[in-house]
Structures are given as C-alpha cells and as structure tokens.
Design a protein around this ligand. Structure first.
Ligand code: BG6
Length: 519
C-alpha cells in the first residue's frame, strides 16, 4: 500500500479521552518517525469551544504525557512541524452547519494540486455515529469513494440488529470499502504476530488441530476498574466491551484457516468462517457455557478499592457484568471437539492478555513408572501483553543417574529481539491513511460476532443476576467460572509470571493451573 502524498485527517471527539490518551500521541509518534505523508492536516472537531492554539496545547500535553518519544526525546523543531499541521473546528455533530464549516476549513487548508485523501475518525459516543455519517455525506465529504474514508470506533451497535441498522445508515452515505470499523487489538504487534507465527512457520500448523490440541484458553485480564467510564460501561458491560470484539478477534486468529494471500478480504473471509462455525449457544445452554460476574470491594496493589456499584455514574444496584467467561465450540473439521475458553474481567489480580494452547498428552508413555510423575502435556503460551512473548513448555530429562522427566520452558521475548514496537493506534491510523483495511472489521464479521454473543446477552438481560457482586476486586473472577471448566475436568491456566522466565526453567505457572478464585 502506498502512502498518499496529501491527507486530511479529521478527528471527531478531538477533545475527548481517547484522542488525548491514544489518537493524538499516536499521530505525533507517526510524524516523529517520518511515517506521515509530506502534506498532512490533522483537524480536530468537538463541541468544546477552543481556538486552534488551545487545541495545539491540548495535543502537546497529550503527546508529552502519553506519547512514546516526547518529551524524553524532545525535539522542538519536530514538534513545531507537527503543531503547524493541527487545526480545530468547534461544532455540534448533530447540526448540519458544523459540516459546512468543516468542509470550508478543509478546502482552505488543502494545498494547491490534487484533492487530498480524507480520513474521518469517529472517536465519539455511539449515538453520534449516525448523525456524523449523515452530516459528512450531506456536505459532500464522503463523495470521493476512492479517497474518503470513515473510521468508526467500537462498540459497533449493541447487538446484531442494531449493528445492521447502523450499517444500513452508513451505506446510504458511503460504500462498504470506505468504512473502517476499528478494533484496536488488531493493531497490536503481538496480535498481528499470530498470523506470522502460524503461517510463516512450518512446524506448528501440522499439529494445530483437534488431533493434537486439547483445548485453548484466551484470557484478557485488567487490573483497572471502570475508572471514569461508568456512564458508557453501564450500557455496555464486559461482553459488549471486550468479548464481542477483542476476544473474538483473538479467537479468529488462533482458529482461522491459512489465507491464500495477505489481502484484506482474503484474511477477513477466513476470520468470518471461524465465527460462522461457532456452535450457536441455545438459550438452554447459556448457564452451562457462559458466566458473568461483577466486582465487589476488595484489595489491589496493597490498597482497598471500591466495588463496581460504588464507582461514579454506576447504578447502586447495577446488573452490568464486569467479568465474562464463555466456552465456545467450533464446528468444523479442524476444531471438532476442542473447546475454546474465553474470559475477561476488570479488577483482576494482574493485567495480562494471553492465549494458551494446551496440547494433548503423548499417546503412550514409554518411560519407567515414577519417571514422569511431574509430566505435563505440551503447552504453548502466546503473551499478547505485557511482557510480550511466546513460551513453549515441553518435557526434559532431569540431569542425574535416573530417568526423571520435568517440564521446562523455552521463551521468546519481544523486548530482547526487537526495538519498542509501535502502539496499536499508530499501526491502525497509518493503515487507515494508506487505505489498507486488512486489520479492520468488515460488516459481516461484526454481524457474525454479534450472533455469537447475542443469545447470551439476551438470556442475561431476561434474568438479572441475583448474586452480584460475585467476585472481590483483586481476584480471578467468580467461582462459577472455575466450575464451568471443572465440569470438563479442566481449570483456568494461571497466566505466566510477570518476570521473563529464563530459558530451560519451568515456571510454576507453566506447570500448574491456579486454584479456584474467591467468590
Ligand atoms: C477497550 C475497552 O476497548 O479496551 C476498555 O473499552 C479496555 O474497557 C481496553 O480497558 C483494554 O485495552 P488494552 O489495549 O489496554 O488491553
């Protein structure tokens, strides 16, 4: 994909939290690394009144506090060059006049010559997506189907029906190839590396199926609570906020068939195939294959933290889940009979995202009795964050006169092998600028993902939880999630320890599952 010479990037929600924490620092870092086109304008749009100079100050603060380079590696000439590209348009996204002013400003900023590519990034509350798409279309800002793109943050709808209604509205204003539905997990280097790991190495793919894999676990645990996002989170919950998008994306990358080529539609087709093959969860099975939880007060990092219901903008008797676990089965030739266990939660003991592929034991143990008491089947752990890496557990002979087996671990560490990777938003913003949609979600993928979780959401909505809160902050979630795996004779795998494990030493966590958490 070539970089256009001339781009105007318009950021709706420019004075908001995501813009400050992620988007503006990512743009500055891209500029700093020389990845942005020679001619670029970054135009913020928000309700807040501020002159261009205040927006520049806001952007500077964002880049200083959240960026990768600034100010440690400060270079004011560099910053000045970036600041010159910034502009701001105050406006209400529900008023047509905002879009006329925006169009005029973009024309004024555009250099002489060919019309710039335009990327409209919607970092806004879900109810604003529709009016913005309509406003852009009415002002003629999406007319150039090859050069105008619209990037939409998750959540995309709140179930399959609302997502498809939103698609219909968007398709009145733009073509599907102009719509970039973002899931920032796909921009993470470790997530993209799943494709390289699986499809650029010959040794894993032949054993990547039901003959050799016993089950797969995907854990995305956060230590943070809901922070200041109670208002949004009350309408979402863990299933909509994390599972429908981030965790199902990880599932797709682990389970998909090899693509014929790394072209946007080819990769996306293979991912959609996975979601379509997920066995539908019928209402009578929800209690067996889905668990929800909400954190109560507890202890974290040595301090006391409040329960979810005591967070700002959260209802005193809220039924919103802050933890969700699912057991999914994929009905295709490759994965028949292999369960995929997914879990995510806020206020867990550690921040960790990882995928554990648990292999089956060897078919026959030839070693003398007593040699393999510590035997543990092979396990591959792909650590998405933090301490990014891959760990393979296998058996070794313990040195000494007798044949004694012991699990050991081999570890690949990103930090040791590579320089600091770009932030997920840098990758995705650059892809949107280049017009490469490979890492963005197509409408049918979003729809298929909603179909996986909708039955659970419906069942949960119709039977409010009597037992919330059901896990203490600082624990691994509700006991019901442990019971779900125990029914299958399994347990959740303790995520790898934070410290890089030296090669050859089996970390406790690689050889043990963690015991039941506290409810
Ligand atoms: C966002 C969710 O999509 O992902 C947040 O809305 C969550 O609730 C965040 O905290 C986690 O992202 P990361 O990159 O920190 O794992």
């Amino acid at each position: 994909m070539t970089l256009p010479d001339n781009v105007q990037l318009v950021l709706f929600g420019a004075a908001g939290d995501l813009a400050h924490r992620k988007l503006i620092p990512a743009l500055y870092d891209l500029h700093r690394e020389g990845h942005l086109p020679a001619e670029v304008d970054v135009v913020g749009v928000d309700l807040k009144e501020m002159p261009d100079t205040d927006f520049v100050e806001f952007a500077c603060d964002a880049s200083v506090t959240e960026g990768r380079f600034f100010p440690k590696d400060a270079d004011s000439t560099d910053w000045d060059a970036f600041a010159e590209r910034l502009a701001y348009v105050q406006g209400d996204a529900t008023e047509a006049e905002t879009f006329d002013r925006l169009a005029t400003r973009l024309d004024e900023l555009a250099p002489e010559g060919p019309r710039p590519d335009r990327v409209f990034y919607l970092s806004v509350a879900p109810f604003l997506v529709e009016p913005i798409a309509r406003g852009l279309a009415a002002a003629g800002l999406l007319d150039d189907r090859d050069r105008d793109r619209i990037v939409i943050e998750k959540p995309f709808g709140r179930d399959a029906a609302s997502a498809s209604a939103l698609d219909e509205v968007l398709l009145q204003s733009a073509s599907e190839h102009q719509i970039y539905r973002i899931d920032h997990y796909l921009g993470k280097e470790t997530v993209q590396n799943l494709l390289a790991f699986r499809f650029a190495n010959a040794m894993f793919e032949p054993i990547w199926d039901a003959r050799y894999v016993d089950h797969v676990q995907i854990t995305v645990a956060e230590t943070v609570g809901v922070e200041h996002r109670g208002g949004y989170y009350e309408t979402s919950g863990a299933m909509r906020d994390m599972v429908q998008n981030h965790l199902l994306q990880l599932l797709c990358l682990v389970a998909m068939e090899p693509p014929v080529a790394f072209a946007a539609d080819e990769v996306r087709n293979k991912k959609v195939d996975v979601l379509r093959a997920v066995r539908p969860i019928t209402p009578d099975r929800v209690h067996e294959v889905a668990v929800r939880g909400q954190y109560g007060p507890g202890y974290q990092a040595g301090g006391e933290v409040p329960g979810y219901r005591a967070e700002p903008n959260v209802a005193a008797r809220s039924a919103t889940e802050t933890y969700a676990a699912l057991k999914l089965e994929i009905d295709n030739w490759r994965w028949n009979g292999v369960p995929f266990y997914l879990r995510t939660g806020k206020r867990m003991p550690r921040r960790v995202s990882e995928i554990s592929v648990q292999f089956r034991p060897v078919p026959h143990r030839a070693f003398p009795a007593g040699a393999d008491e510590a035997f543990q089947p092979n396990r591959l752990v792909i650590r998405i964050q933090p301490d990014e890496g891959i760990v393979l557990r296998f058996q070794a002979k313990r040195p000494g006169p007798s044949m004694l087996l012991q699990p050991v671990a081999m570890r690949f560490d990103y930090d040791e092998a590579f320089d600091t990777p770009p932030e997920a938003y840098e990758t995705l913003l650059l892809d949107a600028i280049r017009g490469d949609a490979t890492l963005f979600m197509r409408a049918d993928q979003v729809d298929a993902a909603w179909h996986v979780v909708d039955p659970v959401l419906e069942a949960w909505a119709s039977a409010p939880p009597a037992e919330f809160p059901n896990y203490a902050a600082g624990t691994w979630g509700p006991a019901a999630a442990d019971r779900m795996l125990a029914r299958d004779g399994r347990s959740w795998i303790e995520p790898l320890p934070a410290d890089p494990t030296p090669v050859g030493v089996a970390p406790e966590a690689v050889s043990d599952a963690h015991p039941s958490s506290v409810a």
